[in-house]
Design a protein around this ligand. Structure first.
Ligand SMILES: Nc1ncnc2c1ncn2[C@@H]1O[C@H](COP(=O)(O)OP(=O)(O)OP(=O)(O)O)[C@@H](O)[C@H]1O
Length: 275
């Protein structure tokens, strides 16, 4: 669905955000896009959406060149930025105006999602709180039913019940033809939703792997001690949260925060294991 080949991008040439980045993203998945502050997650989403243009290399999305912003392409993707300007329209009115640009948009689906999130669509968008606006825009994004959905920090601003609803409605929206990419720092909000996990690092991608492949190679545990072969450990309730190599393929549940910290602390080993 998304093929990126030797793509370089910079705002200022002497500090490249991406330098010859190559990666593939497939349909039927909900990707979790992680990375330290300033590493380029938003830039990555904007390149895929065609709002920024690669300086070098190629980025092809569903056989389109995003930067050309062709109508066929625009009707197949929905990009929801972390922060957005809203109009003075009522949320429902806005959905009725924007939705028809997307061939698979269903107003009833939008209305059901708004009800599920408990947002009053008769309220004007600019009079809503940040969380209410976010839920209205998430409802619209999902109801547009596009092949590609790009969500930048979608759970930022959502209260605890809304985060559960978000996980439920996104899981329900996923199907084999769709690719959903969620950029987030709130990994605990999305622990059981995102798979594969993509970790960006300065200039490039450090990891792009399914949870299954990660847990085949790594074991996550809470132990009363730090094992000698620990790739990463940190104190937590009950002992230490540790990430260790998993030569015997023992089953464990991925802890994304531990994975992230282990990857950052062991860049070379991760590159060797996973590439
Ligand atoms: N409009 C811009 N002009 C110049 N530099 C920019 C611009 N937007 C972003 N940058 C720089 O590009 C790099 C990547 O920024 P980006 O916002 O993509 O990172 P991010 O991973 O989304 O960060 P965060 O996790 O803090 O949201 C940063 O070093 C940032 O300072």
């Amino acid at each position: 669905m998304i093929e990126i080949e030797n793509m370089s991008f910079w705002y200022k040439e002497k500090s490249k955000v991406f330098d010859s980045l190559t990666m593939k993203l497939e349909p039927g998945k909900i990707y979790g896009l992680l990375g330290e502050n300033g590493v380029g997650k938003t830039t990555f989403l904007r390149l895929i959406a065609g709002l920024l243009f690669p300086e070098d290399g190629n980025c092809t999305v569903m056989d389109y060149t995003p930067g050309k912003r062709q109508p066929g392409f625009l009707s197949k993707i929905f990009y929801l930025p972390e922060e957005f300007m809203v109009t003075h329209q009522k949320a429902d009115e806005y959905a009725r105006n924007v939705g028809p640009f997307y061939p698979n948009f269903e107003y009833n689906h939008y209305a059901t999602l708004m009800q599920e999130f408990g947002v009053d669509g008769e309220k004007k968008l600019h009079e809503m709180s940040f969380g209410q606006k976010k839920k209205a825009m998430i409802s619209l994004a999902l109801a547009c039913n596009t092949e590609l959905l790009l969500l930048d920090e979608p759970t930022n601003g959502l209260d605890i019940p809304s985060k559960s609803i978000f996980r439920r409605v996104v899981a329900r929206a996923a199907d084999e033809n769709k690719c959903i990419i969620i950029s987030t720092h709130q990994v605990r909000d999305l622990e059981f939703l995102i798979d594969p996990i993509v970790i960006l690092e300065r200039n490039n991608v450090l990891l792009n792997e399914s949870v299954e492949s990660i847990t085949r190679k790594l074991k996550f545990a809470v132990l009363p001690y730090i094992p000698e072969d620990a790739l990463y450990s940190e104190p937590m309730m009950g002992g230490y949260g540790v990430v260790v190599p998993n030569p015997d393929g023992e089953e464990s549940k991925v802890n994304i925060e531990l994975l992230f910290n282990a990857a950052i602390a062991n860049r070379a080993r991760f590159a060797e294991w996973f590439n």
